[in-house]
Design a protein around this ligand. Structure first.
Ligand code: ADP
Ligand code: MG
Length: 347
């Protein structure tokens, strides 16, 4: 397939739902699969009881840009969501791809392989004559928002702060960026960053469900470096990402578990604070995407740290993909309906 990089007919906002299969535990408990997928729509069969305790089913039907059934693999997910956006990043687009859903619904499983595939395609485009001649380079960074604070996942969880430069560009002070010359290194960065995610005292998965992980791939245009200067200057200056001007970028965001936003009445103070922050950020995110869709001038990004950090992805030439992950089991029905309603409002 030929990609000139000038595709502009890619939808500004795309909302996709992905259903995972029943897991071993749910199968062992003989839980019902209550989610039925057909083309771009899905139906949730909510088990209910009448006052006299007779069981009945309430059906909820939803329709999205795409619904990916449990047999769809990650390769297909990539092609449905991120692949069409990649060429636009070389043409000044800022893109975001979110995974939303309750803990255990498949967000991380879905997000993990996407940056790797994206980097593959981006590196391929970099070597096309049209871009090679423009001295484009690919840079990677990976950080986390936890309790409203930023941590660099690729430099020992160094605490970061955010600043806006006069040109509405978000700058995360101190965030390490690494040049991507070959794709294998991307896998290593992802693994390193994942190992650095919040683990707290109660165990890895539990805590990482309270943070947003953000991996960014940025294309920058670099000034010509004169041979003489390069020879006189051995301090790696040529590889400094600050010497480049941002062309476009894509952010992959593994959001905190959506059910964590409800932890606002927990007995533990820290948990309450985190729950409130998560709740705020997921609400603000929804509002920002809706504002984008309505081409509103005012984007309410100041509502949370998450949306502030993504501010420059909500203005101008932007693309957003929301992947809503859902569990199929009857026990998750309430969370599944919440996730689908959220996605429905973003759509
Ligand atoms: P989350 O990040 O939303 O908490 P995970 O991505 O960790 O959820 O998924 C929970 C479990 O379900 C993991 O063991 C994962 O491997 C498995 N899983 C998730 N989605 C799928 C899928 N589409 N197919 C097969 N297994 C999946
Ligand atoms: Mg996860």
């Amino acid at each position: 397939k030929e990609n000139s990089g000038r595709e502009s007919n890619v939808a500004k906002i795309k909302v996709v739902v992905r259903k995972r299969p029943l897991n071993r535990k749910e199968l062992a408990k003989k839980e019902d699969d209550i989610v039925y997928v057909e083309d771009n729509s899905l139906t949730v069969h909510e088990p209910k009881l009448k006052v006299d305790l007779t069981a009945y089913v309430e059906k909820h039907e939803f329709c999205f840009d795409a619904v990916l059934d449990e047999d769809v693999n990650n390769d297909k997910v990539y092609r449905e969501t991120v692949e069409p956006i990649i060429p636009t990043i070389f043409e000044k687009t800022k893109a975001t791809c979110f995974a939303y859903g309750q803990t255990g619904s498949g967000k991380t499983y879905t997000m993990q392989p996407l940056p790797l595939r994206a980097a593959q395609d981006m590196v391929r485009l970099l070597y096309q004559p049209v871009y090679r001649s423009q001295r484009f380079k690919l840079w990677l960074s990976y950080f986390e928002i936890y309790g409203g604070k930023l941590f660099d996942l690729l430099s020992d969880r160094k605490k970061l702060c955010m600043r806006e430069d006069g040109k509405q560009q978000v700058c995360i002070v101190g965030l390490q960026e690494f040049e991507v010359l070959d794709v294998q290194i991307v896998k290593e960065y992802i693994e390193k960053g994942n190992a650095a995610r919040s683990t707290g005292s109660t165990g890895a998965n539990e805590e990482s469900s309270r943070s947003h992980a953000i991996l960014q791939l940025a294309i920058k245009k670099h000034k010509e470096v004169k041979e003489t200067r390069r020879n006189n200057n051995n301090n790696n200056d040529v590889n400094d990402s600050k010497n480049g001007k941002l062309v476009g970028k894509i952010s992959f965001i593994d959001l905190a578990g959506s059910e964590r936003g409800a932890d606002t009445t927990d007995n533990d103070r820290q948990t309450r604070i985190e729950g409130a922050e998560i709740n705020k950020s997921l609400l603000a995110l929804k509002e920002c995407i809706r504002a984008l869709d309505n081409e509103q001038i005012h984007i309410p990004f100041r509502g949370s740290k998450l949306t502030e950090v993504l501010r420059d992805s909500f203005v101008g030439n932007s693309r957003t993909v929301m992947i809503s992950c859902i569990s199929p089991n009857a026990g998750s029905c309430e969370h599944t309906l919440n996730t689908l309603r959220y996605a429905d409002r973003v759509k």
